[in-house]
Design a protein around this ligand. Structure first.
Ligand SMILES: Nc1nc2c(ncn2[C@@H]2O[C@H](COP(=O)(O)OP(=O)(O)OP(=O)(O)O)[C@@H](O)[C@H]2O)c(=O)[nH]1
Ligand SMILES: [Mg+2]
Ligand SMILES: [Zn+2]
Length: 296
C-alpha cells in the first residue's frame, strides 16, 4: 500500500519567490510552502497540482509538480513566454461595455483562442451602468447570436453573480481580459482571497493585479489574472484562426481556393457571407486584424 499522507496533492493558489500558497484538495485552508531546490526554476502558476510534504519542523516543502493538462501562456513585453495559469478547462473573458471601451478585436481573439484550444468560453460584460443602452444591446445580441454564454454583470452591485457562480461550479476557469474591466472585483465578489499574493497600487491608487491567484469551489476553481492587452497570447496554431471564428465554419472549404485566407482572394465564401450579413462586419474585421498581424 502506498502511504496516502505522502502523496497528498495540493493546488497552487498563488506564487511568490521560491514559495507558494497552496491548498490541499478538498480544503479551504491556505498554507505557505517553500520549493525544493531543484524545483526553483520550474516555475509554478495558479492551478498547478503539486505534492507538498511536511518537514520535521512542520514546514511544507513542494517537491513535485504533476503534469499539466493545459497551460495558458502569454508573451511579455520583453518577448519572453510566461505561463498565466495551469489546468484550466475554460476561460471567462471579462470586458467592460465602457471605461475601458469595449474592444471587439480583443474579445474575438480570446474567443478564437478558446475555440482553437478546445476551452469553454464565456463572455462577462461589466459596467453597463456606464454605457449607452443601444451599445449594450448590440454587443449582447452579437455574441448571444453566436451561441456564447454572455452575461451583463456588475460585481460592485452584485448583479449577475449567482448566474456566474452556477456557471463556474465544477469547472476550472481563468478570468482573462484587459486591465480595469473588473476581473478582481468579480473574483472577490465570488469569495476569492483578496489578500493572498501581491497587489500593488499604481497610478491614482488603483489596484491592479500583478500576479494570479486561485479560488477553490466545492468542485473546480477560478483564477484571477493580471490584465492582458491585445495579441499577447502565445502557443496558438494561428493557421486555424478562421476555425476559431465559429460562425465561419459552415463556409470553410467553400472558397474558390482551398488555401483562401479570406482577405482578398476572388470567390471567397466568407466575404460573401459578410456581404449578406450572415457574418458580422465587426467579427470579420477582428479576423483580418488577427491574420494581418505578423504571426500568421
Ligand atoms: N461602475 C462600475 N464599476 C465597476 C464594475 N465592475 C468593476 N468596476 C470597477 O472597476 C475598477 C477596476 O476593477 P478591477 O476589478 O480592479 O479590474 P481588473 O480587471 O482586476 O484590473 P487589473 O487587475 O488591472 O487587470 C474598480 O474600481 C471596480 O470597482 C461595474 O460593473 N460598474
Ligand atoms: Mg485585477
Ligand atoms: Zn475565403
Amino acid at each position: 500500500m502506498r502511504d496516502v499522507a505522502a502523496v497528498r496533492l495540493a493546488r497552487v493558489v498563488s506564487v511568490g519567490r521560491n514559495a507558494a500558497w497552496i491548498a490541499f484538495e478538498g480544503s479551504d485552508e491556505l498554507l505557505f510552502a517553500s520549493l525544493r531546490k531543484h524545483l526553483e526554476r520550474l516555475s509554478l502558476v495558479p492551478g498547478d497540482l503539486v505534492r507538498a510534504v511536511p518537514m520535521d519542523d512542520e514546514r511544507l516543502v513542494i517537491d513535485h509538480r504533476e503534469p499539466r493538462t493545459f497551460a495558458l501562456e502569454r508573451k511579455t513585453a520583453g518577448g519572453r513566454i510566461k505561463t498565466m495559469a495551469a489546468n484550466v478547462d475554460g476561460i471567462a473573458i471579462v470586458s467592460a461595455f465602457a471605461q475601458p471601451p469595449f474592444t471587439p478585436t480583443m474579445v474575438d481573439e480570446l474567443l478564437a483562442f478558446a475555440e482553437i484550444h478546445d476551452l469553454k468560453a464565456r463572455l462577462l460584460l461589466t459596467k453597463a451602468d456606464l454605457a449607452e443602452r443601444p451599445d449594450i444591446e448590440r454587443i449582447l445580441a452579437l455574441y448571444g447570436r453566436l451561441g456564447y454564454m454572455v452575461l451583463s454583470i456588475n460585481p460592485r452591485a452584485r448583479v449577475g453573480l449567482d448566474e456566474v457562480d452556477r456557471e463556474f461550479q465544477g469547472h476550472q476557469t481563468l478570468l482573462i481580459g484587459q486591465s480595469g474591466v473588473g476581473k478582481s472585483s468579480l473574483f472577490r465578489a465570488l469569495g476569492g482571497p483578496a489578500t493572498v499574493g501581491e497587489v500593488s497600487a499604481i497610478g491614482r491608487g488603483r489596484q491592479t493585479t500583478t500576479t494570479g491567484r486561485l479560488h477553490h469551489f466545492a468542485h473546480g476553481f477560478l483564477i484571477d489574472s493580471p490584465g492582458v492587452s491585445e495579441f499577447e497570447l502565445h502557443g496558438e496554431p494561428w493557421s486555424e484562426v478562421a476555425y476559431g471564428f465559429i460562425e465561419f465554419r459552415p463556409y470553410l472549404g467553400k472558397c474558390r481556393f482551398s488555401d483562401c485566407s479570406h482577405r482578398s482572394e476572388p470567390d471567397c465564401a466568407i466575404r460573401a457571407a459578410v456581404k449578406t450579413g450572415e457574418i458580422s462586419a465587426s467579427r470579420f474585421e477582428s479576423y483580418t486584424s488577427i491574420v494581418n498581424c505578423e504571426r500568421s
